[in-house]
Design a protein around this ligand. Structure first.
Ligand SMILES: [Zn+2]
Length: 127
């Protein structure tokens, strides 16, 4: 008597297009230390956190950066000519004096335009 083989488990193959680092969630990937996309994303995180402080707002919209367009495509979105992302501080942790002490940086696609097509509102990509 033979034991039937279990069906193969589909591995999530989403990865950074430059370093192959595995996708974590949202636009987070486990980038290799030398990855230029990872470096660009680290710099963007710092810039976005500064912008939260400058605007005194936990949320804002901005154009997606070129490396973000690559990461969006890597997780299943179409190739985009341009896109708008909504950036949020989902934590808003403050100390007793009301000072902002921690942040969770969250980005989501708001709208995008594929080459040669009209601007579209986001719709969940099919993995
Ligand atoms: Zn990478």
């Amino acid at each position: 008597m033979s034991t039937p083989l279990a069906p193969p488990v589909e591995r999530d193959r989403r990865a950074c297009p430059e370093c192959g680092g595995r996708w974590v969630n949202d636009l987070k990937f486990n980038h290799a230390p030398a990855c230029q996309i990872g470096a660009a994303d680290d710099g963007l995180r710092i810039a976005d956190l500064e912008r939260f402080k400058r605007l005194h707002s936990p949320v804002f919209f901005r154009p997606a950066r070129p490396h973000e367009l690559k990461l969006l495509h890597a997780i299943g979105w179409p190739i985009m000519e341009e896109a708008t992302v909504i950036v949020a501080d989902a934590m808003q942790t403050r100390d007793a004096a009301g000072e902002h002490i921690d942040t969770i940086w969250v980005r989501a696609l708001n709208s995008y335009r594929e080459p040669g097509r009209a601007r579209a509102r986001h719709a969940r990509p099919q993995p």
